[in-house]
Ligand binder design. Structure first.
Ligand code: MF3
Ligand code: CO
Ligand code: CO
Length: 273
């Protein structure tokens, strides 16, 4: 059963999602050649705290492992769940997936983007555009009365028509009091399959798209998912609310960036390499 959020829960989801989006927006502004992903993660930690929220990633448990970072930062062939490292210094031509998941008021907001670092090869730019558009195409299917498989199918069709592949081993998901609720939302599948959508569902839709083959593996750190062929991968994600009037994207930054956020100190991280 997919949880349905009532008015109060939706109000809290709006809050946590706006924070997640604002943090992501502020974090991406720090991406430039020369910065390392550890410093970016520390900036993410500080931004989340400044918004009065908590990282839902830090300490997230799978089996006996706990995620050691505050955000997921995945470079090039890293698909998702990359752990910030002082040694991973961003260079012109890289791409970086930033995935920010926060909890505020007992509810979770989850969103991600992939950005270029300086100029990138044309086919990699197409990979980013295609993945971002695949997210839009998927969100468009999040209509009351449609089924989860309609989202999956739309994403897969859009991506494969452009010669890229969708990751099979990782999925989008319902999100609410916990980061991962029902349903699973694969980025591949058949139209007309899966549960039917009703108003009040909050769904994290997140295509992960590879330049080469769809196969992925997890590194020895227990978290970082990489492509097997070593080619780049892109990832975009929004948390979406289903309504009678259509899908509503909840992970939109607040128009005036939250006044609680510090403006200058965050930038000092980029000088610590
Ligand atoms: N933000 C990821 C998602 O989109 C999950 C993070 S897993 C963690 O589902 F281990 F980093 F916490
Ligand atoms: Co995420
Ligand atoms: Co997610």
């Amino acid at each position: 059963m997919i949880p349905i959020k009532d008015r109060a829960a939706i109000a809290r989801m709006r809050e946590s999602c706006a924070i997640a989006a604002t943090v992501l927006h502020r974090l991406q502004a720090l991406v430039q050649p020369g910065i390392n992903t550890y410093d970016l993660d520390q900036a993410g930690r500080d931004l989340i705290a400044a918004c009065g929220a908590r990282s839902a990633d830090f300490g997230y448990q799978i089996g006996s492992r706990r995620f050691p970072a505050y955000t997921c930062l995945s470079v090039n062939e890293e698909v998702v769940h990359g752990i910030g490292s002082l040694k991973r210094i961003l260079r012109t031509g890289d791409i970086l997936s930033l995935d920010v998941t926060v909890e505020a008021g007992g509810y979770i907001g989850d969103n991600a983007i992939t950005v270029p670092v300086g100029a990138i090869p044309p086919r990699v730019a197409e990979l980013l555009q295609t993945t971002e558009e695949a997210l839009r195409v998927g969100i468009r299917q999040a209509q009351v009365g449609n089924r989860i498989g309609d989202i999956s199918h739309a994403i897969q069709t859009y991506v494969e028509a452009r010669g890229f592949s969708v990751v099979r081993d990782l999925v989008g998901h319902g999100v609410g009091r916990t980061m991962h609720e029902e349903p699973q939302i694969p980025n591949f599948g058949r139209r007309g399959t899966g549960e039917r959508m009703k108003p009040g569902m909050t769904l994290a839709i997140e295509p992960m798209v590879n330049l080469g083959a769809y196969h992925v593996k997890t590194l020895d750190d227990g978290w970082t998912v990489v492509t097997v062929d070593g080619l780049p991968s892109a990832h975009f994600e929004h948390t979406v609310l289903t309504t009678e009037k259509g899908p509503e994207i909840l992970t939109i930054p607040r128009p005036p960036p939250s006044p609680a956020l510090p403006t200058s100190p965050i930038l000092t991280y980029s000088t610590r390499n």
